[in-house]
Design a protein around this ligand. Sequence first.
Ligand SMILES: NC(=O)c1ccc[n+]([C@@H]2O[C@H](COP(=O)([O-])OP(=O)(O)OC[C@H]3O[C@@H](n4cnc5c(N)ncnc54)[C@H](OP(=O)(O)O)[C@@H]3O)[C@@H](O)[C@H]2O)c1
Length: 297
Amino acid sequence: MDQINILITGANGQLGHEMRNVLSGDRRYNAIFTDVAGDNIVSLDITDEAAVEHLVADQRIAVIVNCAAYTAVDAAEDNEPLAARLNGDAVGILARVAHRHGARMVHVSTDYVFDGQGCIPYTEAMPTNPQSAYGRTKLDGERQLLDTMGDDAVILRTAWLYSPYGKNFVKTMLMLGKDKPALKVVFDQVGSPTCARDLARAIVTVISADEWHGGIYHFSNEGVISWYDFTKAIHRLAGITTCDVQPCHSDEFPAKAHRPAYSVLDKTKYKTTFGVTVPYWLDSLKDTIDQLLTYNP
Ligand SMILES: NC(=O)c1ccc[n+]([C@@H]2O[C@H](COP(=O)([O-])OP(=O)(O)OC[C@H]3O[C@@H](n4cnc5c(N)ncnc54)[C@H](OP(=O)(O)O)[C@@H]3O)[C@@H](O)[C@H]2O)c1
């Protein structure tokens, strides 16, 4: 069986790491893992069109999976041009190169393309209205990709991503839970957590389907909770009993970037198109916490 050559960008990030785990030993694919910098990985800056062109041509890439992004939501408010370069223009570069070489592309976007004012789960057809620099730049990336590649692109919008790697809410709450006797966490922002391992598996589902189904899809774990509920579950699963977690309103924690109050994504299109079910958030959280406690008890 001929292997399919895939390029993974941003492979040192949360999702990129999980793409490495999920593809490890999968003989259907010859995956080339790249990031802007780092040891033991091919160096590829996705803002460098010549470098992307060279790699895609040289390795005869059939699918690009873009896990690279500018993800510092608050910092993006002060650095919108930088965020736009990575989340918008670089996605355009990947799209142009993929298009020139007849490759397809899977890209990851965010719930921040919506304004978060809704009260029913967001479908792919609902109007976008980003309220932050990060959201605007990610929406620009979606548009650049679809304008160039049309149905040869898949966009998976996700939310509340966590993993054992890098910085994320789960790891922060574990640390604070161990260090602090009390903690306030907002209960008026609700959404669905996404385990990065499950998202990586969803990407493999997309690229391994019998038929290519281009377009935008929403993906998170199943279930809906607030950040407060999430924190309580994180502490309970980790056996943290010394931290008193109390619910509070968002206005007690003013942040630079606007946070959506309602971030729930409707996954019906993903599940019906690919004929799959999606893990419940608590089950996936338990797996990740078990993993974190095994390596860092
Ligand atoms: N994190 C969330 O809660 C969340 C929520 C919704 C959607 N998403 C989306 O999910 C995707 C994956 O997020 P993530 O949390 O895995 O991101 P991440 O951990 O921040 O990883 C992004 C990776 O991209 C790399 N990168 C930065 N500039 C680059 C460049 N010029 N060329 C190539 N690589 C570059 C980063 O390297 P450095 O670290 O060295 O900069 C990092 O390794 C992103 O598209 C993000 O927008 C994330």
